[in-house]
Design a protein around this ligand. Structure first.
Ligand code: AMP
Ligand code: MG
Length: 484
């Protein structure tokens, strides 16, 4: 294994070295072997005592210290100048089979200089939620951090109740966040902002080195990746839950799965996070919040964009203006695919909008609606769609117009069906399934975790496992709690 220390070698203000502390009784409960192989890590070694110390406490074979990364962040709109990895560590970087650098990062591994009042630990429940949801996102084709392993620590952590402790081993293209830039900018440390920007360009956006203004090109590129990412979330009904600037990756990957959730019934105002009382990060607000966060990133880059402040602001604004265009393109193209439309017509956005209105009025299940539209293209039967909608939705009128639109397509129903089922998942990680899985895992029964993970690895396949079923009234999850 070639384990680098690229980020750890940046100037000392970027991170704090850590001494790995042993866990009481670490046990691997999940090891993602295909991902391990992709990263050039030997699964047998990972299961050995040395591998366990690597996964559980960040002990590097070369004995070099892992680090906690420094960052700041706007949390629910309020700026906190120093957050940092309070219960996480960057162990190092490996080069994967595609010759890309990937971070190996642990969460729940113990206190760091950034822990503030926290205990530096993670509870097993949120660890498994992150494992399941991040791997599900990957299987859905959405940029995301990955889960290499989940461990139990043999220790208890105090939350609302005592809970088993856990560690998640997370893989990312980078753990630099908008908040990392804010950390230095808030201290007026432009030199460090520049070092960070150069590091990010070199690692994640090497093609920008040649740009006329690489820092402007960076803002532009991050804006585009983030707009594309959030559009993809919207198309599968994903709610991140805590889109604080410290939880927004510069690499454009979904990161920090805390109180995240997928929509069951469609509702644009839906919020699951218990701590988000004002609905700041509601499903329908996510594009606006992403752009708001990018505005905070832009502010940190102003001194690098132009020595003239007004000119720098104009340039930053023009980069941020790209957000809507990229978002709308991914979103509308995604909608066409979801509805089985290969041709482009002007009325398509309106057709999609009318379906959302019908789903909202009829409280229809987001995922099942699309899956059954796909079924209907082949069978010609629409009762199973209509039955998802409550009264007053006007879904029948919508279906009639959609079918008229499909009649203008130039391909076979079979081809259209195949395309739709490859874009509209049958299975998403539904909250009630996750809660059920966690309830079992904390008693030591990991069978539901394994079944759910396996099913979510092929979300587009037909099947009879029952995982597509929405929650019954008594199974509905109203709130999810933060991942702490
Ligand atoms: P999060 O809500 O997980 O995005 O975390 C926000 C900030 O709180 C980060 O700086 C975390 O490192 C820190 N934090 C969260 N939980 C803990 C914990 N149990 N102990 C120490 N720091 C924590
Ligand atoms: Mg976070």
């Amino acid at each position: 294994m070639q384990l680098s220390r690229i980020y750890a070698s940046l100037p000392e203000q970027f991170s704090a070295p850590l001494t790995p502390a042993p866990l009481r009784n670490p046990q691997i409960v999940a090891l993602n072997e295909p991902l391990a192989r992709e990263l050039g890590l030997d699964p047998d070694w990972l299961r050995s005592p040395a591998g366990l110390a690597f996964l559980g406490q960040g002990s590097r074979p070369d004995g070099a210290p892992p680090v906690a990364m420094a960052y700041a962040g706007h949390q629910f709109g309020h700026f906190v100048p120093s957050l940092g990895d309070g219960r996480a560590m960057l162990v190092g970087e490996v080069t994967d089979r595609a010759r890309q650098l990937r971070d190996i990062h642990l969460k729940g591994s113990g206190p760091t200089p950034f822990s503030r009042r926290g205990d530096g630990r993670a509870a097993l429940g949120p660890v498994l939620r992150e494992y399941v949801v991040s791997e599900a996102m990957h299987a859905l084709g959405i940029p995301t951090t990955r889960a290499l392993a989940a461990l139990t620590t043999g220790e208890s952590v105090m939350r609302e109740t005592m809970q088993p402790g856990g560690v998640i081993v997370r893989i990312a293209s980078s753990h630099v966040r908008v908040g990392t830039f804010q950390y230095f900018a808030a201290q007026g440390d432009t030199r460090s902002v520049r070092i960070l920007a150069d590091h990010v360009i070199g690692r994640l956006y090497p093609e920008l080195t040649e740009a006329e203004n690489p820092y402007l090109a960076l803002l532009d590129a991050v804006t585009a990746r983030q707009a594309d990412l959030v559009a993809r979330w919207m198309l599968v009904g994903f709610i991140h839950g805590v889109m604080n600037t410290d939880n927004m990756s510069i690499a454009g990957e979904t990161i920090d799965f805390g109180p995240c959730a997928f929509l069951d019934a469609y509702d644009p105002a839906k919020v699951f996070s218990f701590i988000d009382q004002n609905g700041r990060y509601a499903y329908g607000n996510q594009p606006d919040m992403a752009l708001w966060n990018l505005g905070r990133l832009a502010e940190t880059l102003l001194p690098l964009l132009d020595s003239n402040h007004e000119r720098a602001v104009e340039q930053a604004k023009s980069a941020l203006m790209r957000f809507d265009g990229v978002f709308n393109e991914t979103y509308l193209n995604g909608w066409r695919k979801k509805l089985g439309l290969a041709l482009e017509e002007d009325g398509d956005a309106r057709l999609a909008g009318r379906l959302l209105t019908a789903m909202h009025r009829g409280e229809a299940d987001f995922t099942l609606t699309f899956r059954r539209l796909g079924d209907a293209v082949r069978s010609g039967q629409t009762e199973d769609i209509v039955s998802l909608f409550g009264p007053g939705s006007k879904i029948k009128e919508w279906i009639r117009d959609w079918q008229a639109r499909l009649d203008r397509e130039e391909r076979s129903a079979e081809a259209c069906h195949a395309d739709m089922q490859a874009t509209n998942p049958r299975i998403i990680p539904r909250n009630h399934r996750i809660e059920e899985m966690i309830r079992s895992a904390v008693t030591g029964d990991f069978a539901p975790f394994r079944r759910l993970t396996e099913a979510l690895s092929h979300p587009f396949k037909d099947g009879t496992d029952g995982f597509e079923t929405p929650p019954a009234a008594h199974e509905q999850v109203k709130n999810t709690f933060c991942g702490t």
